[in-house]
Write a protein that binds this ligand. Structure first.
Ligand SMILES: NC(=O)c1ccc[n+]([C@@H]2O[C@H](COP(=O)([O-])OP(=O)(O)OC[C@H]3O[C@@H](n4cnc5c(N)ncnc54)[C@H](O)[C@@H]3O)[C@@H](O)[C@H]2O)c1
Length: 270
């Protein structure tokens, strides 16, 4: 396929598009001339360019795709930002110092996290690739992963970390399968962010992976190890990395960490 995917003028589906990072991705894609459409479980009434969708349901994804194609046309860009953290759900007392009876990652948590963060992305990529293939047009996918997918193994985040590790490999297999259709698939993994994940049931959602898990000074201590500017990542940083990966012609199946270099070195020295 010789035709090139251009951001300018492309319809761009952004799952989790009403969340913190999703909004930044949408703003940057719009600045580059794309027509972004947010698919999200959390929708405040009457927002233009926002479609209610549960990515964990293949039916819901198909319905959102139908609406998107009917209203804006076939998308050439898919950015999967939607995910849930599952909260702080330790496997062992050593993660918290609490009693064994109080530490448990509930089966429901595993199910919800894997369904949203892994099966949800597969649902979206399948629907996207099918439409593009029918239209015989090229496209580009960026999946939002995390440094918890591999470089960092944080106590209390087993379900979330396992889901993001699976997402990385899903990205690679999808890249191998979809390449012949003219579709590239890459992933961007944010690091320490200034906006914690809030989940789909905001504004009342109090559960984030961080708020109930770590002492307040944790982030301010860790951030000193970020080589670039010693600061937290911002939505715009992730959006910039997403836009870069969307525009490459010869890069596919890659996992790029947008973390200011946090995972380059260990704070433990010998
Ligand atoms: N914020 C961080 O600390 C951080 C760090 C590393 C990676 N990430 C990754 O960045 C991405 C975005 O995180 P964020 O900080 O913007 O979080 P967020 O909670 O603000 O946004 C996530 C969005 O996904 C939506 N969502 C959840 N389940 C859904 C479903 N089943 N169907 C459709 N939408 C659903 C939520 O409603 C929300 O709008 C996630 O993939 C996350 O894993 C975040």
């Amino acid at each position: 396929m010789e035709e090139r995917m251009e951001i300018d003028g492309a319809v761009a589906v952004v799952t989790g598009g009403t969340g913190a990072i999703g909004q930044s991705v949408i703003a940057l894609l719009a600045k580059h001339g794309a027509r972004p459409v947010a698919w999200d479980l959390y929708v405040e009434g009457g927002q233009d360019g926002v479609i209610s969708c549960d990515v964990g349901s293949a039916e819901s994804v198909e319905a959102a795709m139908e609406q998107t194609v009917a209203r804006w046309g076939v998308p050439a860009i898919l950015v999967t930002v939607a995910a849930v953290s599952g909260g702080f759900s330790p496997l062992a007392t050593s993660a918290t110092g609490t009693e064994w009876d109080e530490v448990f990652t509930a089966p429901e948590t595993w199910e919800r996290v894997l369904r949203t963060n892994v099966v949800g992305v597969a649902n979206c990529m399948r629907s996207f690739a099918r439409r593009l293939s029918d239209a015989r047009r090229p496209g580009s996918v960026v999946n939002v992963s995390s440094i918890s997918s591999g470089p960092v193994a944080e106590p209390g985040l087993a379900a979330y970390s396992a889901s993001k590790a699976a997402l990385n490999q899903l990205t690679r297999v999808a890249a191998a399968e979809l390449g012949p259709l003219g579709i590239r698939v890459n992933a961007v993994g944010p690091g320490l962010m200034e906006t914690p994940m809030r989940g789909p049931s905001r504004p009342n959602a109090g559960v984030t992976k961080k708020s109930d898990a770590r002492p307040a000074e944790f982030a301010s201590e860790i951030v000193k190890h970020v080589p670039i500017e010693q600061r937290h990542g911002r939505g715009e940083d992730i959006a910039q990395a997403v836009a870069a990966m969307l525009q490459t012609d010869w890069v596919t199946g890659q996992i790029v960490y947008a973390d200011g270099g946090l995972t380059l070195r260990s704070p433990v020295t010998t």
